[in-house]
Ligand binder design. Sequence first.
Ligand SMILES: [Ca+2]
Ligand SMILES: [Ca+2]
Ligand SMILES: [Ca+2]
Length: 339
Amino acid sequence: MKSIVSLCALAGLAASASAGTLNNTVNATLFGANRSISIYRVASDLQPSGPRLEPEGMTWYNGDLYVSGDAGSLASPSESNGYIARYIGGNLASTPVAVGQFTVVNGTAGARPVGPEGITVNTRGVGYGAFAGMQPTLVAVDGFASPTGRILTSLDTATATTSNTIGNYPINSDDIAFVPGSSAASDRFAFIDGTGGANQIRFVSAADGTTALPGTFNLPNQSKGLLFLPASEAFWFGQSQDLLLVAVSPEFAGDSNLLNVYSLTGTLLSSTALPTGNAASGLLQNIEALAWDPSTQRLFFGDENGVSSQIGVVVIPAPGAAAVLGLGVLAMGRRRRSR
Ligand SMILES: [Ca+2]
Ligand SMILES: [Ca+2]
Ligand SMILES: [Ca+2]
């Protein structure tokens, strides 16, 4: 350990858990207005539990941002190494809690750390991934095909235990989102599925996590990040129906990351190109995860690229926010005068 610390000191690297560092702020036109995206470097945020945090999956629950990444084996730890980063209050400048270490056994190769491509929360209280306490169970998809197969699994963040693992899962997923229906019977999980090379949205029942449902629709190649927003939140994005937001990573040199907004039936409602580069240029490189904080209207972008390893965050003001603010100030003034 001593020699590792010395080597890290020599290389000028952090040797212990560290807070995200603001790398850059960049302006982008998002949903019709100019916004400022703050971009944090997070690569060393899980140390010493994990070697490196390269965000592939993100979800928001009860005031905190949860971030997952790939993992190697117990013998050869790599990336998040079975830990999930929990940023309290979504504060990327703070050191996250390392939740885990989550492991799975699937097949004969023995236990290995979980490396979720995507994470979500079943908020219904029944069905696959349901939980009772204050701390969430994360429903995770893991595209790590070798040596033990793809999995759907449940990560209890209160006890740091894995359960209900479904091995050799037929969906080759880059992300997952819980899509509540009008009742538990119609709750679904939506997946980005790359089986066969083409990207599609597929739905399964959230009752068991496995029963395939209709509604499949096509996505662009390199679709990597998925976020469900209920109609009550769609307002912030200039829409009024349930939405699926999809992050599309660059496919060819010169491509930009895209933020595509779809209806649940696959109608493309908007597509926005995001400033794209790498950490050295202060830009996001390969966006593979999305999350939304409904209390402060913050949208998070996870940049999985192994060199960049960043999370971007942007506040989405309400459409017509300036007018609403103006009315609020006017009302305050009236209250003051009437006192
Ligand atoms: Ca991966
Ligand atoms: Ca990775
Ligand atoms: Ca993902």
